[in-house]
Design a protein around this ligand. Structure first.
Ligand code: MG
Length: 127
């Protein structure tokens, strides 16, 4: 069986999605992108056997990233999927809440694509 190599990127800011996708591709990851929580949950349901990690924005219009995090962490089928939150540095409350809900890591905006790729590679090597 092929190794799980797909990263799901969820963010309502297209610039963030594009930058992230570009660097993950340089690292030989496959990517799926989504701009909202509802669609992201649908993708997880359909493709969870391929998804190694979700990069998840918290602040999105409509349903927030927190709900996605909660759904993923409360479903047995998704227990292999790591969730890394995109957070804005000053929003310490988000980080605390994310921790409680079982987030595996954080990337604070703004970030460099290079550092992001390194962070993701390291996190997936730990398995
Ligand atoms: Mg956002």
């Amino acid at each position: 069986m092929a190794r799980k190599n797909t990263i799901l990127i969820v963010d309502d800011e297209p610039d963030i999605v594009n930058l992230t996708e570009k660097f993950l591709k340089l690292g030989d990851f496959d990517t799926i992108t989504s701009s909202n929580a509802k669609e992201a949950m649908k993708i997880v349901e359909e493709s969870y056997d391929k998804i190694a990690l979700i990069l998840l924005d918290i602040m999105m219009p409509g349903v927030s990233g927190t709900t996605v995090l909660q759904n993923v962490k409360n479903d047995e089928r998704y227990k292999q999927i790591k969730v890394v939150l995109f957070t804005v540095k000053s929003f310490n409350e988000d980080i605390q809440k994310g921790k409680r809900l079982g987030a595996d890591g954080y990337i604070t905006k703004p970030f460099s694509g290079k550092d992001l790729l390194k962070y993701i590679q390291k996190m997936l090597e730990e398995n």
